[in-house]
Design a protein around this ligand. Sequence first.
Ligand SMILES: *Cc1c(COP(=O)(O)O)cnc(C)c1O
Length: 379
Amino acid sequence: MVDLNGQYEAIKTEVNQGIQEVLETTAFINGPKVHEFQKALENYLDVKHVIPCANGTDALQIAMMGLGLKPGDEVITADFTFAATVEVIALLGLTPVLVDVDEDTFNINVNGLIKAITPKTKAIVPVHLFGMCANMDAIMDIANNHNLFVIEDNAQAIGASYTTKSGQKKMAGTMGHVAATSFFPSKNLGAYGDGGAIFTNDDDLAHTLRGIVNHGMYQRYHHDVVGVNSRLDTIQAVVLNAKLPYLDGYNAKRRASAKAYNKAFAHHPNIELPAMANGCQSICDQCDCHVFHQYTLKIKGIDRDALVDHLQSQNIPCGVYYPIPLHRQKAYLDERYLESDFPVTNRLSDEVLSLPMHTELDQEQIEFISKTILDFIDG
Ligand SMILES: *Cc1c(COP(=O)(O)O)cnc(C)c1O
């Protein structure tokens, strides 16, 4: 599914030297490279504050802690996402409220979102799933009208952009009140271990968050709030610093592969291609509104799982993200949910199929993968 070796070859000297330097200076925690990465990412995203932390799940949790959400507050998010999003909501004693997603974009459905708002609702967590932003114009309008916080889960869409209705181009993760991202190795900007970051344009919130990541300390040994211990290792910052200048190039390669897959599967009655949104009709070379963290097809009218078995038998990796909607997960069952509230996620969990997607895919691999799929479907 992912091949990280090609990326390493290009940054090998810088990474090896940088890690060597960390070893020799023993600046393992909060070394200068962490600050350097923070500044470089602020610059890349055009956001005022980046707060590095230990992983993307922590980033989401810390963002919610920083907003002062209290037990019993309701937080609305998508039913179709990685469990981390809902996990931290529940962990903080907040009440997760799951909402169905859009059939074409896989992102939170705006009508469902509006219907889910109650007097207890305090925040919305849109997830920019598979590399494309949720409908941020509508989400920010709803949030402003109802006085809600917006926490973008940007773990899968770093480097993607979004054009607002006023024509402004913004980076994913810079539109809500705060955003969380992950540098898990397979993410579009991946470290060589765990890592994460929180972004915000709010100076006060940034100050609060910097304390929370460090045991709630704003002054040494003065603990003003309950915090956590969540840091980005200096060694990971070395890797991320080396990779950041290549991120746009990595994402362009992903887009080129997506385009080649799209061409191979075009106009097939059993295959639905990934949709584009935000005014885009198709994948174009300049447009970065989709960064294809996953390339996800919908398989219609045939047994998706039989196709998965066949691909595995041909040694072609593939993934089903996500096979079980969150409202059906044991940990998040809630009697308020009706199956009829989630027609789309229920269907998607049976139909989605994600194909190998990374920066090292070549035309031959894409042809082999797509031919194997088409041969299976067309018998
Ligand atoms: C990967 C991911 C996370 C969690 O990131 P970690 O760094 O693995 O903790 C959260 N949300 C989404 C949507 C993700 O894909």
